[in-house]
Write a protein that binds this ligand. Sequence first.
Ligand code: ADP
Ligand code: MG
Length: 846
Amino acid sequence: MKPSLVKLSKFLKLEVERGYDNRAVLGGLERILESWEIEARGDNLPEELIQTIGNRLREYQKLDEAKRAETLAQLWERLQEAGGTPLPPLPTIPLKVEKAVERAESPSPWPRASSSPNEPEPLEPREVRYPQRQGEASSGPAPVSGKESPAALNAPTTVLPGVGPRHAQTLSRLGLQTLRDMLYYFPRRYVDYTQLKPINRLWFGEEVTVIGTVQSITTRPLRGGQSQIAEAVISDGTGALRVTWFNPWLAKRLRSGAHISISGKIDQYLGQLVMVKPEWESLEQQQLSTNRIVPVYSLTAQITQGWLRRLMNQVITYWAPRLPDHLPESVRRNVELMDLSTALIQMHFPDHVDKLKAARYRLAFDEIFLLQLGVLRQKKAWQDRIARVFDSNEEWLAGQLSRLPFPLTSAQERAIADVRADLASGRPMNRLLQGDVGSGKTVVAALAISMVANHGAQAALMAPTSILAEQHYKSMLKLLADENEQEEKPAGNPILRPEQIRLMIGATPEADKRQIRDGLADGSIKLVVGTHALIEDPVTFADLQLTIVDEQHRFGVEQRAALRSKGDNPHLLVMTATPIPRSLALTVYGDLDLSLMDEMPPGRQPVETHVITPRERERAYRLICSQIDAGHQAFIIYPLVEESEQSDSKAAVEEYARLQAEIFPNFKLGLLHGRLKPEEKDEAMSAFHHGDYQILVSTSVVEVGVDVPNATVMLIEGADRFGLAQLHQFRGRVGRGGSQAYCLLIPESADAAENERLQVMTQTNDGFVLAERDLEQRGPGEFLGTRQSGYSELQLANLTDIHLIEKARRQALLLHEQDPELQRPAHQLLASALERFWGGGKGDIS
Ligand code: ADP
Ligand code: MG
């Protein structure tokens, strides 16, 4: 059946179901004709049929109910004939309340017989079925008083009058598939045309609305060209205004004598005030583009702003008031939020700037609230499980601490106390250990492992790269197995023997891997340190009770889950050096408990940091030379791999050649960039680590967390291209030995504003301060390497808005305490909204 026939049949069926009230289409059935006739001709329907349908529908509104029924029945037959397929029999009884269930399932966009925007809705509860939650039984019927089922919002945009398959396709390029998508497709910006002025009071440059009568309208050729413009004179009794559009066609549509409103910017032409290309609307129309705060939507080819605005208005006017609010009444009251219907209306077609603000706030609140609820649910799912209890008594712990080569910082002591309590709690630990580079997280990890190994259980420590894994492996041998024997006998005995600790990385020979697999499966190996090879490898553990993940932003949620699944609810410790601003930590990492290591081990010298201009580069090279002469090493970092057309940023590959040949011919330089294979990267890095190179030229792939204590200079070219938090990470690569270290930042241009941003680096060594700045200046992208579910849903919420985040969190916590699974009938809408927000539970990490 041709699309135009299918579409028409839908409207006819709906009209019958509604009881012939001529409201199946806003403004009456005949309203669809203009676009339908075009579609029908496109489908090559017989002209006679098109004419008949047109005539019948145009007279439809004048008929009484019986005649309307007759008309529809006859048209139904014509459709069957023309389509060549039998249509299901047309319902003969008007839709009654019981039918609501069916309607919710095969959603229809338009009102039922009894409802119109101004009439009160029937009060009796209706049964409405909600979309089923993923992996759960139906949440069952829930009473929703006086509002339409949200399921109807899943209807495709083609149910809208004037939207055919082709338009629908164009709309889908904007991500608009359903009516709900449209409700949540917010304007990109707004133009304030609320200033209404008489013509004799206009000023050059103003954005205003003028209401008047078209005195004359003509076309004339544009100077020198073939193209024509339309030129009108509008008068309002106080004066006349010349208006032009680059659309000669308008001269046919706009008749002189028409009353219109026009909005735009007042320009000047040959000494006269004029308006060029203003928005205009007939005063008989609803004012959407003039004389108000006008929404401006992002467009795509083949869609005009005016068309989309009118379509949006249709959807908003009809649907927004009918949308039930998923936020519980109590939450709305506590935070004094605008209700959802009003918020959506005001978001698209604001009456006032203040209302627009309130609407934004409400909708941003929704986003953060749903994010928080999801995070809390994840946390609970994890906490509800039972984990093995690992008790460690004071005496034993004191013995272990006495084996360390240094006293702990108080931040380390606190973190260890947190971990110890978690391990003894009977619930799986789920902790984020956050501390700046060099704050000493490794020791905390080692002690956690010893607490578990002390009871004979196994642990796995995962790092993002082989070099880091190797480094951890060596540390663990030292800390847990006394590999480097100390002179005096410490009070505590080493927990493990060296052979009980193994390293498993991609490069581990297959024979060794087999041996390690056996040892893990029979429980003789107690700790395995490795990379993601650990997850991919078919290793099984006899009794894995603790997993530790270092530098967690490199690991996705799925990888954490995969590692966890190797054990039976193992305890989890995640370590990161990324300074996560508080507002983000509350949201994204809200499912983890946080131990913050905000203190450096004593005796650290801050890295001396300078911002220097490109012209002073020679100075930087001299510093590098003198440091190398003193036996040290240097990093030089570049932003991109190869010179690209768009960017004049220094390319590591080319610069490496130049530096080696022209600047540092007497030194050996290594090169590290993203195009290298992982083994090649590892090789370059460890060669530098072993001192084979004096200088390592690298792109931003240089590994976080790798210790090269001998490196004292970090030179960063194109520094303005990096976030402050990332620069801080680079800086953390040096100054790990005892000598004074330097960080030199060279921006691409000597631009003052950029330099000012970079100057912060010279003023603070605090990763958190820098991270907060980054979040303000660059948004959360810096911290969220991979797309996380929940995150892509944030349209309005600003993650730097700590007040909003805390408010939403408080409400989410309150609600979570009352009804963690959102099982109460009053929370059904919220439960569906949560499912939608989290994309069907993809964000579930457990
Ligand atoms: P990160 O938090 O970056 O992983 P590490 O655990 O690698 O930091 O520690 C950095 C350096 O500081 C290591 O050489 C480590 O031995 C040393 N260190 C850790 N804790 C202390 C401490 N309490 N006192 C002195 N040095 C410490
Ligand atoms: Mg580390």
